[in-house]
Design a binder for this molecule. Structure first.
Ligand code: SF4
Length: 508
């Protein structure tokens, strides 16, 4: 029986004897035109060549509107090549995400790359509203449930109904190319969380530092994670390299040394074309030796002839590749296995953290001094609307002053070192950072505002560079709690806390 087209990619990735190659397509704005024609021509050539096992399709890249990956994915599938759809969360809430998952499954679009996505930028008559209702860990959890046992909960339309299993193959992304300890440790923590939530493969961020690529594989091995990892190998034109070098592509670092090399190469008669393709071929060979399961190739204006040239030439570089062509470190970069952790094992915690932590424990931990009284008061407040309103007002006043609280009703302050992600993180990430920070700065406010999770790292106890482990993922916020008292919700079992989530499920 012929292998289903959608499975070509997963079968290749699960085959230890095969080095899987994927190529990234970037659809533009509009439903047709020359750009799309070029993409479809390239897809046909890739299909006929047979070495590329999946064509990945970006989802509104750069935060701009573009042709939907589902639409292009259907064309690619019809051609007989596996599509790998980027499934980002910047533009869709959980219900649209679930609905699109049904659509993908119905059309046999089963390979998904789950990611938060770039912060929305330009759109129709202005900047689009960022959504980020779920983060990548939460969407992976939803997909994992759809794969195994998704039961529509009681109270919802179609209640107590089991959905037929949906055999998705979902992966996640991670960046090993962060320059600061705080950013890098968080990336690995979040990777562990994503895998815990059901990621079945990993694709790295693009980069140009072979030692960082090696670090990711070493980390995966050290953690004994049996998961295939693809290295993202992007071949930029000189114009794009200049943009990347300025830090204008979220989460991407292209060091000065590489840009200078490309500027010099551009003086040749072919404007540096062969040199950049040969460098990519060398990098591919080096990555193959490093232990990656494959590569995720990309590049702007790459023809299939150029892609083929890279794949052919990479076969010539089988020996240990010259690091002069593959190692372009960003000066001052922190390496997990080469640089010692700057954070001492016994840190002196900032007063703001330790005082908040102490008070939090006394009130909200079951063994805390004031837990019983706080719970009794809360339960009383629930049955008295005046008391409830007063209670909510007091919470709002205290937390507005101390934490810039937005009264989301499901407080996660304790999980982010007593900094509020609803007011401090533009993407409102509650399970660790996205991949967009650059040199410690937030993707949305480059060189102006530190990443929320970098601040959290320096302020609190977790995570720790000495022992990287995954915390328990926080489920999505229940927005019916918005503008209500998180204290009342905590004590009445309506927020995300473990004991109470169980209780909530029982009541729902
Ligand atoms: S209740 Fe929500 S908005 Fe308020 S501090 Fe906690 S996390 Fe932030």
């Amino acid at each position: 029986m012929a292998q289903p087209v959608s499975n070509i990619f997963r079968d290749s990735l699960r085959n230890n004897d095969e080095f899987t190659i994927t190529y990234e397509l970037v659809p533009g704005r509009g439903s047709g035109g020359k750009r799309l024609e070029k993409i479809l021509q390239l897809a046909e050539l890739a299909r006929d060549d047979g070495r590329i096992k999946a064509l990945s399709i970006t989802d509104n890249p750069g935060g701009h509107p573009a042709l939907s990956p589902i639409s292009l994915g259907l064309d690619i599938l019809a051609m007989g090549i596996s599509p790998l759809l980027h499934f980002s969360l910047k533009d869709k809430n959980r219900n649209l995400a679930e609905s699109q998952l049904f659509e993908c499954h119905r059309h046999d679009l089963l390979n998904l790359l789950v990611l938060g996505g770039d912060f929305p930028r330009y759109g129709f008559q202005g900047q689009a509203m960022p959504v980020f209702d779920l983060d990548s860990t939460q969407l992976l959890t939803l997909i994992e449930q759809l794969r195994h046992n998704f039961t529509v909960t009681r109270g919802a339309p179609g209640q107590a109904m089991d959905l037929p299993r949906m055999d998705f193959f979902a992966g996640c992304v991670v960046s090993p190319f962060k320059t600061l300890e705080s950013e890098q440790v968080w990336q690995y923590v979040k990777l562990l969380t994503k895998i815990q939530c059901g990621a079945q493969f990993v694709i790295s961020q693009l980069g140009y530092d072979i030692v960082k690529y090696q670090e990711l594989i070493q980390f995966i091995n050290e953690q004994q994670l049996r998961i295939p990892v693809l290295a993202n190998l992007f071949v930029p034109s000189l114009a794009v390299a200049r943009i990347m070098n300025k830090g204008l592509v979220p989460g991407v670092i292209l060091p000065d040394a590489l840009l200078q090399k490309m500027e010099d190469e551009a003086k040749s008669s072919d404007r540096g074309e062969e040199a950049r393709l040969l460098r990519a071929a060398r990098m591919l060979a080096a990555l193959r030796e490093t232990g990656y399961s494959g590569i995720h190739l990309g590049g702007n204006n790459l023809s299939f002839k150029s892609i083929s040239f890279i794949l052919d030439k990479s076969e010539d570089f089988t020996e240990k590749t010259d690091q002069a062509e593959t190692h372009f470190p960003e000066p001052g970069t922190w390496y997990l296995y080469q640089t010692s952790c700057r954070t001492p094992r016994k840190r002196t915690l900032p007063f703001l953290f330790s005082s908040n932590h102490f008070i939090h424990k006394q009130i909200f931990a079951e063994k805390g001094l004031f837990f019983s009284i706080a719970r009794k008061l809360s339960i009383k407040a629930l049955s008295n609307s005046f008391l409830s309103r007063t209670y909510t007002l007091v919470e709002h006043l205290i937390k507005k002053i101390l934490f810039h609280c937005r009264m989301c009703g499901d407080c996660t302050l304790a999980e982010s070192s007593y900094l509020c992600p609803q007011s401090g993180c533009p993407k409102k990430m509650i399970n660790g950072p996205c991949g967009g920070s650059n040199n410690g700065y937030c993707e949305v406010y480059p060189n102006k505002r530190l990443c929320f999770w970098v601040r959290s790292y320096h302020r609190g106890l977790e995570p720790d560079c000495h022992t990287i482990h995954s915390p328990k993922p926080i489920p999505p916020k229940d927005w019916s709690l918005d503008k209500t008292s998180s204290w009342l919700n905590y004590f009445s079992g309506r927020d995300h806390c473990e004991l109470q989530v169980k209780k909530k499920k029982a009541e729902y």
